[in-house]
Design a protein around this ligand. Structure first.
Ligand SMILES: Cc1cc2nc3c(=O)[nH]c(=O)nc-3n(C[C@H](O)[C@H](O)[C@H](O)COP(=O)(O)O)c2cc1C
Length: 155
């Protein structure tokens, strides 16, 4: 089974902490930093994770660009994000976008991430210390469960 995780983590590498912990457990997963990679074919992948911090209410813009160019139709995807203050619209926006590719979203994970954007910097930031070790472990467990539930045999 071929799995990739696309990620963008530009603020404090909060999301990268989750992704790297998953990759330590599953070293065969292909990690793609969408802020650096423009074109990588995802043809042949069975499951794709999309992980990002939330910036102005959305996943990072490089994630959208990468998906537009490289995500094949009808793939199974799971979403992961870190944010200062969670809202249902973050996932809804991404789900709506993914509908263009007829992707099926098979799981969503989110947790808090240290946030020093704008005025929050003046008060030492929001969600200091997040993601915590516990949240990182929960992210790994989420990935484990999602992979198990969507296991396919590659020949
Ligand atoms: C420019 C900018 C905009 C942000 N906008 C939001 C937002 O709309 N909603 C929110 O909950 N957090 C927002 N945040 C906080 C980040 O989503 C949060 O810190 C996240 O964990 C960053 O992930 P990263 O370190 O992986 O980049 C914003 C942060 C930045 C820098």
């Amino acid at each position: 089974m071929r799995i990739a995780i696309l990620y963008a983590s530009v603020h404090h590498k909060n999301t990268e902490k989750l992704v790297k912990a998953i990759s330590e457990k599953y070293p065969d997963i292909t990690l793609i930093d969408t802020t650096k990679a423009l074109m990588i074919s995802l043809v042949g992948y069975d499951l794709v994770g999309i992980a990002s911090g939330i910036y102005y209410g959305n996943f990072h813009k490089s994630i959208y660009t990468f998906i537009t160019k490289n995500l094949p139709e009808r793939l199974k995807v799971f979403l992961m994000y870190t944010c200062g203050s969670d809202r249902p619209s973050y996932v809804e926006n991404m789900k709506q976008f993914l509908a263009q590719k007829n992707a099926s979203v098979v799981g969503v994970f989110s947790c808090k991430g240290f946030d020093t954007f704008g005025p929050f910097k003046l008060v030492g930031g929001l969600c200091k210390g997040h993601p915590t070790e516990q949240e990182i472990e929960e992210a790994v467990q989420f990935a484990e469960k999602t992979i198990e539930q969507n296991m396919t045999i590659s020949i």
